[in-house]
Design a protein. Structure first.
Length: 463
């Protein structure tokens, strides 16, 4: 649409404000991407149980994260948000959880060292179980069934039983999110993130990685600096632990509503299924249920911003979701694709500037770069991921804005899902270890390479 055809901007605080918000007020708005539960009584029974179960996070953690995100908005911290595209119930295991943590800890060490600023670690985990899909159904050999929407909703197997949306899965998802959080918290409290022991984060299968030597060299430098400081000053606090916050797409609204609570000595409502919910690209309609739900919770929230986002739509989303311009409240995660970012990001940065509101800009270089190979396999080329991220830094810098974080899909498992990177994975390599049920993820080396790239683009560099 040409600039002259763009609708004029609506006044601040559109009509929605006239309607009071409730945890269930989203139900009066069109809700995209929602499964159809056949039996309302069965749904009600599951939600009744969920409403009585304890939440997964606390309001004070949520508010603490908001302050850290406010720091990131001011350039005092860098956000590293990463994890699976879709967690699965089957992957709620010791190895998968610990390995993902190892990759994130190694990346954050590279970032802290190179950027010389604290890194805010947010996992795409402990609840990333619901997925938006491009169609409601899937047809194979003339048989049509509901599409797989993530383990929180139904099962991936192509059978009527598995594909039936089952409300009891929300109870299972809540339990597995709780187990994941519990294990992450216990590892960290037990010393897993202690900088004195970076060897805890080594992954067995990466011994011969081309990047491991550079990483080990950096770790040796950090260890000797820590040793030097502690020799002079005695044990220094802050090296022992690294906090993790959780995030997921707030997609399945009945589930999110059941975890939305009021707490003593705080005003308002918190979605206590996660610290940091986000609104996906397919559910960011101004008059949609997901925006209605998120406007009323006190959590920090993020919106995915794709190439189709209209300037005016983004401005109005900011009005709705951050009417008071509260520090840390709103994060914009742009995901344009390497070929689209130069065209779309500058206009959106200008649109946000025109509102005068504060946001945290974050780059997701994954979702705009997904492609399907001739054999139907979904992949992403590392060169495109890298290019989008590099362009993001440059475009923000040129616009007098700031890229304050990255949002990545990655795993600590030995997978070959994205092509390229340090080992230059080819199309033929994808067959070796393609495990994702949804989007292709970065493996360890590709993740570490991106962390090193971020340091270089931010003007830092390993000593
Ligand atoms: C995702 O983050 O897995 C996702 C579906 O992203 P988007 O909404 O940006 O497409
Ligand atoms: Co994804």
């Amino acid at each position: 649409m040409a600039a002259s055809e763009m609708p004029t901007r609506a006044p601040l605080r559109p009509v929605r404000e006239a309607q009071p918000w409730r945890a269930g007020s989203w139900q009066a708005f069109p809700a995209a991407q929602m499964p159809h539960y056949e039996d309302p009584a069965e749904l009600r029974a599951a939600l009744d149980q969920l409403e009585r179960l304890p939440p997964l996070v606390t309001s004070w953690e949520v508010l603490a994260l908001k302050e850290l995100l406010a720091d990131a908005q001011q350039g005092k911290r860098f956000l590293l948000q990463g994890g699976d595209c879709a967690e699965t119930f089957a992957d709620c295991t010791n190895e998968v959880i610990a390995n993902r943590l190892k990759v994130l800890l190694q990346m954050s060490l590279v970032l802290v060292h190179g950027l010389r600023k604290p890194v805010l670690r947010v996992g795409r985990f402990a609840g990333q179980y619901a997925k938006p899909r491009s169609a409601d159904t899937e047809t194979i050999d003339g048989v049509t069934l509901p599409v797989y929407r993530g383990d929180l909703v139904n099962g991936p197997e192509f059978t009527p039983a598995a594909r039936r949306p089952d409300p009891k899965r929300m109870l299972e998802g809540h339990a597995r999110s709780g187990m994941t959080m519990n294990f992450v918290r216990a590892l960290i409290d037990g010393g897993f993130a202690d900088l004195h022991h970076p060897e805890y984060w080594n992954l067995a299968w990466v011994e011969r990685s081309p990047l491991a030597a550079e990483y080990r060299h950096m770790v040796a430098g950090i260890s000797s600096a820590m040793h030097f400081m502690e020799t002079l000053a005695g044990p220094i606090g802050g090296f022992q632990r690294a906090d993790f916050y959780t995030s997921h797409e707030a997609l399945l609204l009945p589930y999110e509503q059941s975890m939305t609570r009021q707490v003593p000595r705080q005003w308002g409502w918190f979605d206590l299924s996660t610290h940091f919910p986000w609104i996906g690209m397919r559910t960011a309609a101004l008059d949609g249920a997901h925006v209605e739900f998120c406007r009323g919770i006190r959590n920090p929230v993020a919106i995915k911003v794709g190439p189709a986002m209209h300037d005016d739509q983004l401005q109005r989303l900011i009005d709705i979701l951050s009417p008071d311009d509260e520090p840390g409240r709103l994060t914009l995660v742009h995901r344009m694709g390497a070929g689209g970012i130069a065209q779309h990001l500058p206009r959106l940065i200008d649109a946000v500037k025109a509102t005068g509101r504060r946001v945290l800009w974050v780059c997701d270089p994954m979702h705009g770069n997904t492609e399907k190979l001739g054999n139907g396999v979904k992949t992403r080329r590392f060169a495109n991921i890298r290019s989008e991220l590099e362009q993001a830094f440059d475009i923000h810098a040129a616009a007098g804005s700031r890229l304050g974080g990255v949002h990545l899909e990655l795993t600590g498992e030995d997978v070959t899902e994205c092509m390229g990177g340090a080992r230059n994975l080819s199309e033929a390599d994808l067959g070796r270890a393609y495990k994702s049920s949804v989007d292709p993820r970065l493996n360890y080396e590709q993740s570490l390479e991106l962390a090193m790239l971020i340091v270089r683009k931010s003007g830092g560099g390993a000593d």
